[in-house]
Design a protein around this ligand. Structure first.
Ligand code: IMP
Length: 188
């Protein structure tokens, strides 16, 4: 059995991202939303999504650091945009336990945005610990570890154009170059 499998190809991602952009466009007419990407994982998704929303939308980013237990987060690099009174859409690569997003929503809510919604490319819904409202979701997945299109392993593989599942994490960790070989051999 192969331990690395391409689970969503680039064309399927592109189609789904366009659908999410169309839904956001319909929901945010005349609202000039701020798309707030969470670094580093949201970069490919936000770049593609931004091309399917109206040009009035603003784009900004922030970076989080985790501390302590239970997945608590601090904002380590803040966005430059003032979100008070703005319609904010947090853009995430993946929501797993939901802890990151729920702490982040708490932090952002203190800044009094006019509204706060979330768009995530991937929803690992079966792993949820805290309930979070995901208004825009690209793909619902199981609990496999995923790589590509923003998702990393030790900082690697964010730049793959498609999504891959690591079915055998121990084997992959012994030979993390195996995915690069598989991708560049065109053996998707
Ligand atoms: P949370 O559990 O919802 O707080 O998600 C925390 C973070 O875990 C995400 O933002 C990702 O950085 C990371 N993560 C969760 N699942 C995966 C995965 O399958 N691949 C890569 N990163 C993941």
């Amino acid at each position: 059995m192969r331990s690395l499998v391409e689970v969503v190809d680039a064309a399927t991602i592109a189609r789904r991202v366009a659908e999410l952009g169309a839904a956001i466009t319909a929901d945010y007419q005349d609202k000039e939303p701020v798309l707030l990407g969470i670094l580093n994982g949201a970069v490919p998704f936000l770049a593609d999504l931004s091309r399917h929303v109206p040009p009035e939308a603003e784009i900004d980013f922030l970076s989080l650091t985790r501390f302590g237990e239970e997945g608590r987060v601090n904002i380590s690099v803040d966005s430059a945009t003032s979100i008070a009174g703005r319609h904010v859409i947090v853009v995430e690569d993946i929501v797993d336990t939901g802890l990151t997003l729920s702490y982040l929503h708490g932090l952002l809510a203190t800044r009094r945005p006019a509204s706060l919604a979330t768009a995530t490319l991937i929803d690992k819904v079966t792993r949820r610990i805290v309930d979070v409202d995901l208004r825009y979701r690209g793909f619902e997945v199981g609990d496999e570890f995923l790589l590509g299109y923003g998702l990393d392993w030790n900082g690697r593989y964010r730049n793959l154009p498609s999504l891959w599942a690591v079915l055998d994490l121990a084997t992959f960790q012994d030979d993390p170059d195996s995915l690069a070989r598989q991708v560049f051999a065109g053996a998707g």
